[in-house]
Write a protein that binds this ligand. Structure first.
Ligand code: SF4
Ligand code: SF4
Length: 146
């Protein structure tokens, strides 16, 4: 794989130019989405539920005032027969792209990806990051300071 841009260049580009292509990869697999009471209330309000109803239906408790979102398993022709693990709020639209059912109210952990955190393999799995990297590599290097 060609060399990555310097970390500060990559970070700045992610913060200012990143575009999500709704590939859904960041919402699949066994990544744990953890959240607290304020985020629970935000998602519950978005869905028109009480906090209690929301937690019962969509979350698992991990410790006092901390929960993780449940997952669901999907296996159909569009997953090529593979059994995929999805966040319970991941949806696939008719155009084949993915969306989040609680997007305006999603947990802080989700909203902070990929600018504030990302996994080591995110540069390969996230289509938005891959395309941003490709753009950066195609751009002429900035002139060095004299
Ligand atoms: S809450 Fe939404 S953004 Fe977060 S993992 Fe689930 S589907 Fe993805
Ligand atoms: S992996 Fe990247 S491009 Fe794909 S849905 Fe997540 S943020 Fe968007």
């Amino acid at each position: 794989m060609p060399a990555l841009p310097p970390p500060h260049v990559l970070q700045h580009a992610i913060e200012t130019r990143f575009v999500c292509h709704r590939c859904g990869h960041c919402c699949k697999g066994d990544g744990l989405v953890q959240f607290g009471p304020l985020e629970a209330d935000r998602m519950a309000d978005h869905l028109g539920l009480s906090r209690r109803q929301f937690l019962k239906q969509f979350a698992l408790r991990v410790e006092d005032d901390q929960w993780i979102l449940r997952d669901r398993f999907v296996q159909d022709a569009r997953t090529a027969g593979r059994r995929e693990q999805w966040c319970i709020f991941l949806e696939r639209d008719a155009d084949g792209r993915y969306g989040c059912r609680v997007n305006p109210a999603k947990p802080d952990q989700c909203g902070s990806f990929p600018a504030q955190w990302r996994n080591p393999d995110s540069l390969q799995t996230c289509v938005g990051l891959r395309r941003l990297l490709a753009d950066l590599k195609a751009e002429p290097a900035a002139p060095k300071a004299p």
